[in-house]
Write a new protein. Structure first.
Lengths: 673, 333
């Protein structure tokens, strides 16, 4: 169309940056958008080479139309985040085919920065951040290329310039990052449409935790304010499952109906059922996104969480919104507690309820054992002893069970993972009228001494039981510890050591090589770095900012914080300015000029300074008249300098000038002495 | 010296107060080194859009409570600020020197040469300069320490011409800010009247009064034929034509200056001043091209006949500045 051509330099970086910035989105985009990207980029290259022309107006209209229709069909909705990101990327790519003016180039570049931003909605890790910095540098290189003269055709130089500019901007960015007053969201925004659900779920069917623990993915990290508790005491409570249908355990929905309990709020009556006694432990958790609603805490937490997250009836934290990004929260838990000292008849009924016709053999077994026991406590001990002494096996490869799963497990296969033991234990309790429920969460973790935190991974997932005793309330009982004490003492890996099934599907997992010390060291280092990243960069929330800044600057309101930010920013900008503008480096003196100037200083000390603008030859003549005694030596130096400076090709060689100056110095010294 | 009629981009200069202020701040000089007193800097339209993008990103950061979106927004905000320094740096310390100028005929482009020079290691890139904002010429100072740039200025009317202040601007490196300056390099040139072909040579015989006849054997360039007169060399008779027509003609060669020619104001009675000057200008070029000797008579001006480049320039200049004050007044009114 028009004659404007984006400079080659700029176009090259534009296309590269575009491919780089879209690449991480490819897995989330419909497959045909990839084809669209390739077509647009190739078309643009052909236009640049003059082989093709820009597409006609109707082709563009059709492309946009089918693009939008395609996105709508591909995602099924325009409500979530993903279709909008898809739309943005599509515009970003299609704009390539419409670059008639310089300003179209700017549009592509600004869109590019925005596409780079969207990546952070999905991944805020260190590698992703470094990669995006690379992308932003490339986009900036395209921007610089757009403003260079056409004769400038060195893309590497342009990239370097972009890098230098960005590196000079980084210190300023840090100031803004730390000091810019963070505020809570102004309005709600579309979120990811599809979110992979990870971690423990609200349904426990025999076998599904055994499946979950095949993963070495991080679940959360916990930092203790004081000393770290021994791993065997770390029962991270997440879900309470109390409905049993004969095979699966699910949440008691009534437990969620109670209003969320927040501290300082005395609207619920059940909160009085929680008595917290002595020994406190304070810790903070950075929870990886789960796509689910529950949070993990040690028993028994004082409720102290942000908007929309609170305790529910069975004393665990529940978030009204699914956790789609890393969640940082601080808690205080009381290790001694008494909850639900009294249990209403309703709850007592619910917690002893079993489906009528399911697992009859187990019910009979329970009754037989109960009859042979002295009391409830003796009954519980007998059950646990049975897990311990009978030929029960703790295994990651449990036998697949049918409908009456408890019967089959307890009486036939006797091979199971924690959920089999927890489930069957609760069943046996309920069978004789003891209120009991299954608790799902994580147990233990790995202590990282470099970062001083406990790291909990999916293979630490665990299920245990809580039983209710008159006067004592809910008590934790872990039947797994009866069958495989090493699981609780030192983790899953040693518990299944004999059958060698730990992370059997992940031959390359770091976690399998814990016995190799240096590898472990590296792993702990990397993990610690990413922990600091998560807690200080990704987790730099309004509250973290306030607590950090008040530590150094005392009480800060938003206005003073703004002032502090501006003064620091512009102060630093001044320093950067000195760095950028101060480099008005004058031409470096040639070695012989340096020698000659030094010689002039020598004469100046003798009271014979060279006047301003006086050339060497005139200077020598004048000195020769004033001091005939120095005339000949002066002449030798001047001749050497002039000859070297103007006649010879190698002004770097200062030897003859040096020796002449040395001769002169010798003469002046001998005269003065 | 300053011819307002010849100053391009006059919109910028509409405000005389601005011009006076500029003149005080940056007095005309043949060599100007740019410093903070002389450099202006403001965001471009793209810079404004870029700022809006940053605002948008900060809003996204707030609403998604996403630290890295904040980080990206702040990185770009810092880039914007740093780019001010770089854009300023891309002019600061640059020395602009006035070079030669070439005169032009009214309506053509006058040529001005300026030299850009840098001191030290600092380089300059993507400089744009010109007297007209719509017609800027690019220049880089990367490897070279000095670069000469020929700039052309469209002329409209005759007379001495000062192109006014030279615009030097740069958007480099990121195009978000534009730094610029208007320097007066005190350059001027002269604009000759535009030549208008005039029918006859306005010969005023020089034989009447002063001077001897310079009987030249002009044999270089064939110019035309005229009737044979007695005394014409036989060598110059057009014999072929005689054979054809029977008419005796003498070949005339271009150095027909066996006379000296006077270009005279009075040759074009009834025409106005500019029309006369344009026609005289035409004949100056014509006669110069045929290597004649010619002189000029204008009211109050007389240049004796001569030839050569310098002579031509002298005469053209006399035409250019003839009654130029009156002419400028007419132009303004």
């Amino acid at each position: 169309m028009t004659g404007f051509q984006i400079p080659r330099n700029s176009l090259a970086w534009m296309l590269l940056a575009q491919s780089a910035v879209i690449a991480p989105h490819l897995t989330r985009l419909p497959y045909w958008t990839i084809a669209l990207c390739v077509v647009c980029v190739l078309w643009r290259v052909m236009v640049y080479q003059g082989r093709w022309s820009y597409p006609g107006r109707w082709i563009k209209v059709l492309l946009v139309f089918f693009g939008i229709v395609g996105l709508a069909l591909g995602y099924g909705t325009f409500l979530g985040l993903d279709p909008w990101v898809g739309l943005l990327i599509m515009m970003f790519v299609l704009k390539l085919l419409e670059m008639h003016h310089k300003r179209d180039g700017y549009v592509v570049i600004l869109l590019g920065y925005f596409v780079a931003l969207t990546q952070f909605l999905y991944d805020q890790g260190i590698p992703s951040t470094l990669y995006m910095f690379l992308c932003v540098t490339m986009i900036t290189a395209a921007l610089i290329g757009l403003n260079q003269t056409r004769s400038h055709t060195r893309p590497a130089q342009t990239f370097k310039k972009a890098f230098v500019l960005l590196m000079q901007s980084v210190p300023l960015m840090v100031v803004l990052f730390v000091l810019f007053p963070r505020i809570s969201p102004l309005w709600t925004v579309p979120l990811q449409t599809e979110m992979a659900i990870t971690g423990v779920t609200d349904t426990m069917t025999p076998g599904n935790i055994a499946l979950l623990v095949q993963s070495d993915k991080l679940a959360f990290r916990a930092t203790f304010a004081d000393e770290v508790l021994p791993l065997s005491r770390l029962y991270w409570r997440g879900l309470v499952l109390s409905r049993f249908d004969g095979t699966s355990w699910t949440q008691e929905l009534q437990a969620l109906y109670g209003r969320l309990y927040r501290p300082g709020q005395r609207t619920t009556s059940w909160q009085d059922n929680m008595e917290l006694l002595g020994e406190k432990v304070t810790y903070s958790i950075i929870l990886e996104p789960t796509g689910q609603n529950w949070l993990f805490s040690l028993t028994m937490p004082e409720g102290s969480l942000k908007e929309g997250i609170g305790l529910v009836r069975d004393f665990r934290f529940y978030s009204l919104r699914e956790i789609r990004s890393k969640l940082h929260y601080e808690l205080t838990s009381h290790l001694n507690y008494r909850i639900d000292r009294d249990l209403s008849d309703f709850w007592r009924y619910r917690y002893t309820l079993l489906p009528k016709d399911s697992n009859p053999r187990s019910k009979r077994l329970a009754n037989t054992i109960r009859e042979n026991s002295l009391n409830q406590a003796d009954y519980i001990r007998n059950i646990l002893r049975r897990y311990n002494l009978d030929e029960f096996v703790y295994t990651l490869k449990p036998t697949v069970l049918g409908d009456d799963s408890v019967d089959e497990f307890l009486l036939d296969s006797k091979r199971g993972f924690c959920e089999h033991y927890a489930g069957s234990f609760v069943f046996l309790m309920r069978a004789v009228g003891i209120p009991a429920r299954v608790v799902v969460g994580y147990q233990g973790g790995e202590y990282n001494r470099i970062g001083n935190y406990v790291e909990v991974r999916q293979y630490d997932a665990h299920a245990w039981a809580e039983i209710w005793q008159q006067g004592q309330g809910w008590i934790r009982v872990d039947p797994t510890s009866a069958v495989a004490p090493s699981r609780i003492e030192s983790g899953l890996e040693s518990a299944v050591e004999d059958e060698n099934t730990f992370l059997a599907n992940l031959p390359l997992s770091w976690m399998k090589y814990r016995q190799i010390l240096w590898l472990t060291e590296i792993r702990l280092q990397i993990s610690a770095i990413s922990y600091y990243w998560d807690s200080w960069v990704v987790g730099y929330t309004p509250s973290v900012q306030m607590s950090l800044l008040t530590r150094y600057f005392g009480d800060l309101d938003r206005k003073r914080l703004g002032m502090l930010m501006l003064t620091t920013f512009f102060g630093l900008l001044g320093i950067v300015a000195m760095f950028i503008l101060g480099k008005r480096s004058h031409k470096l003196l040639q070695p012989i000029d340096r020698e000659y100037l030094r010689f002039c200083q020598l004469l100046a000390k003798q009271g014979l300074p060279r006047s301003v603008g006086e050339g060497p030859i005139h200077y020598a003549q004048r000195i020769g008249q004033q001091r005939p005694d120095l005339a000949s030596a002066m002449q030798v130096v001047t001749d050497a300098y002039v000859r070297m400076n103007y006649a010879e090709d190698q002004p770097e060689k200062t030897d003859s000038l040096r020796s002449a100056i040395r001769a002169f110095r010798f003469r002046t010294l001998s005269i003065s002495s | 010296m300053n011819s307002s009629a010849n100053t391009p981009d006059s919109t910028v200069w509409r405000s005389t107060r601005f011009r006076q202020w500029l003149d005080r701040r940056m007095p005309p000089s043949n060599a100007i080194t740019l410093d903070q007193k002389k450099i202006f800097i403001l965001p471009t339209r793209e810079g404004v859009f870029f700022s809006l993008l940053i605002v948008f990103m900060v809003l996204a950061g707030i609403n998604y409570q996403n630290s890295l979106i904040f980080a990206l927004a702040f990185l770009l905000a810092s880039l914007l600020m740093v780019s001010i320094l770089h854009t300023y740096r891309n002019l600061s310390g640059l020395t602009i020197l006035a070079g030669g100028t070439l005169p032009a005929f009214a309506g053509e482009d006058a040529e001005f040469t300026v030299m850009l020079s840098r001191l030290g290691a600092r380089t300059y890139e993507a400089l744009l300069l010109g007297w007209n904002r719509d017609l800027l010429q690019g220049a880089d100072l990367l490897e070279d320490e000095e670069v000469k740039i020929k700039l052309f200025v469209e002329t409209r009317v005759r007379g001495p011409m000062n192109p006014g202040r030279l615009l030097i601007q740069t958007n480099y490196p990121v195009g978000l800010f534009r730094s610029w300056t208007w320097v007066d390099l005190d350059m001027s040139t002269i604009v000759y009247p535009s030549p208008v072909p005039a029918g006859d040579i306005p010969v005023v015989s020089a034989s009447s009064d002063e001077g001897k006849l310079l009987a030249r054997e002009g044999v270089e360039d064939f110019y035309g034929l005229r009737e044979y007169q007695q005394g014409d060399p036989l060598k110059q008779v057009a014999w072929k034509s005689y054979a054809r027509t029977g008419e005796l003609l003498t070949k005339q060669f271009s150095a027909f200056a066996d006379r000296r020619i006077w270009l005279d104001w009075e040759s074009y009675p009834g025409m106005d001043r500019e029309a006369r000057l344009s026609r005289l200008c035409y004949w100056v070029l014509k006669l110069d091209a045929t290597n004649n000797e010619y002189g000029l008579r204008l009211p109050g001006v007389e240049i004796t006949p001569h030839r050569g480049v310098e002579h031509r320039e002298e005469i053209l200049k006399a035409l250019a500045i003839f009654e130029v004050e009156e002419f400028e007044l007419e132009q303004v009114s």
